[in-house]
Design a protein around this ligand. Structure first.
Ligand code: AHR
Length: 505
């Protein structure tokens, strides 16, 4: 495709599917880090705090964001965490140094509070165990405290602490980023693979139905990437259900076109990890398929400098408080598109994180809460695509080069047959200055009602939302989508994220 304007064409058929979209693709993450928990989820003196000390203004925004699952309590934090410190009477809980973030952890919020918060928010918990400073025994003790009905010392302790019913936590992470030199108790792949296998084995003796996630590489550019995955899975393949992936992108070079191509890098990363999982499956003649848990993903770079100036050993300092721009929201929308296009293998994904810390929701201590720019693509995609089926597309698009990114399609898109039989087209125009003429071909499109087109775009790619201007970057009506026979056409603005919904009449 050539010419003055840029063009792209999507051809679809409802029978050609990638796979059912697991609702847990729209998960998030709450770590004991900075002001995510303290001053985010929990702030007992806040005017909106409920009887548990949970901020209801934040809870209302979380409802609107729509995460289905929340990973907890870390992140790097979990590798030094003693969960016993965070249960029981609050006045008896010890304050401890959190080595991962060099902060003071007061333990006023712990496992019981997290579970109560999840229940109120209507989200599923994903619990991580400490495989940094602890191991098999402690993982089973936490499982006993959480999931045993009663009759053991630890389950009776939970009941004494006010939770008569077991928590019934299904999804468990076996540590966090255990390959990272920054990780407390970092391990070699052999050491970690063996520990993950032993821990998973013991946890499965407690309950064979648990869903267990082994740590993949901390990110794709780790030197040991690939080899780490292979070695770990050789040790624990049949005992785990998922391998984790983490990815954060940034635009420090200030090259918008290169930056928006990062969602394709994320796609390549997923395909590489799938290849390693399947090669171990083949070598071991296993009947089990290990799927992917992309349990940390987002944009993260704005706060790097500010974080260097944070004084150590304070409680809930302002750490990782990225203020997101319109272009960040476009990339986040693109990353969601990548996740949808890999719905056959990525079954869990967690936007990292939920409040204040590289988050879609920001708060003032004692004051307001508002939506960051990245809130919007997440909320809109989750609301529309939950319960849907990701469709296979044939895409032709004009392409560009930018920085290290070569031959990048201007269009990034995912198509979903929605739970009510409608069609959703999620699309990013990566061009910095040109409209993209998009055509979508789908059988019997003219039998659908008039499509609804929501677009997220701002004249200034660096525009942000603040407490005073919370709607500076917000979704708007995209305009008219024309339909002729089985083809729809729309002109997507430069640097925009778009959701076009076709509902059955
Ligand atoms: O989400 C912030 C940090 O990023 C997490 O603690 C860690 O797992 C990752 O490196």
């Amino acid at each position: 495709m050539t010419g003055k304007s840029i063009q792209a064409r999507i051809t679809l058929h409802p029978a050609f599917m990638i796979g059912a979209i697991d609702d847990r693709l729209f998960g998030s993450f709450a770590e004991h880090l900075g002001r995510c928990v303290y001053g985010g989820l929990y702030e007992s003196g806040h005017p909106t705090a409920d009887s548990d000390g949970f901020r209801t203004d934040v809870a209302a925004l979380v409802k609107e964001l729509g995460p289905t699952m929340v990973r907890y309590p870390g992140g790097n934090f979990v590798s030094g965490y003693r969960w016993e410190d965070g249960v029981g009477p609050r006045e008896k809980r010890p304050a401890r140094p959190d080595l991962a973030w060099r902060s003071v952890e007061t333990n006023q919020f712990g496992t019981g509070e997290f579970m109560a918060w999840c229940r109120k928010a209507g989200v599923e918990p994903m619990m991580a165990v400490n495989l940094g400073t602890r191991g098999v025994e402690d993982a089973v003790r936490l499982l006993d405290y959480c999931n045993m009905e009663g009759g053991t010392e630890l389950s009776e302790l939970r009941r004494e602490h006010g939770s008569k019913e077991p928590f019934g936590i299904k999804a468990w992470c076996l540590g966090n980023e255990m390959d990272g030199p920054w990780q407390i108790g970092r391990k070699t792949a052999l050491e970690y693979g063996r520990l993950a296998a032993e821990t998973a084995g013991a946890m499965r003796m407690f309950d064979p139905k648990l869903e267990l996630v082994a740590c993949g590489s901390s990110f794709r550019h780790m030197e040991s990437f690939g080899e780490w995955e292979r070695t770990v899975l050789e040790a624990c393949h049949d005992r785990v259900d998922f391998l984790s992936l983490h990815s954060y992108y940034g635009n420090a070079k200030n090259d918008g076109a290169e930056y928006l191509s990062r969602s394709d890098e994320m796609d390549a990363f997923i395909k590489e990890v799938v290849a390693v999982c399947d090669s171990v499956k083949a070598r071991q003649r296993s009947r089990k398929t290990v799927n992917l848990s992309f349990d940390e993903w987002n944009v993260w770079y704005h706060s790097h400098e500010a974080d260097k100036a944070v004084q150590p050993w304070s409680h809930a300092p302002r750490l990782l408080e990225d203020v997101y721009t319109a272009e960040d929201a476009t990339l986040v929308g693109g990353m969601l598109i990548t996740l949808l296009n890999n719905a056959d293998r990525v079954k869990i994904a967690c936007l990292a994180q939920l409040v204040n810390v590289i988050a879609p929701i920001m708060t003032e201590p004692g004051g307001r809460a508002w939506k960051q720019t990245i809130f919007h693509p997440f909320a809109l995609t989750a609301a529309a695509a939950k319960g849907g089926t990701s469709l296979r597309q044939s895409v032709e698009s004009d392409r560009y080069d930018a920085g290290s990114a070569k031959d990048v399609p201007y269009l990034a898109s995912a198509c979903v047959r929605s739970r009510d039989g409608g069609l959703l087209v999620l699309a990013v125009n990566r061009s910095q200055d040109k409209e993209l003429e998009l055509s979508i071909q789908y059988p019997e499109l003219d039998a659908f009602g008039a499509p609804r087109w929501t677009t997220l775009v701002h004249d200034d790619p660096k525009a942000v939302n603040t407490a005073d201007r919370p709607n500076e970057v917000a979704p708007a009506d995209g305009g008219r989508v024309s339909i002729e026979g089985d083809t729809a056409r729309a002109a997507l603005p430069p640097r925009s994220w778009n959701l076009i919904s076709f509902a059955r009449r």
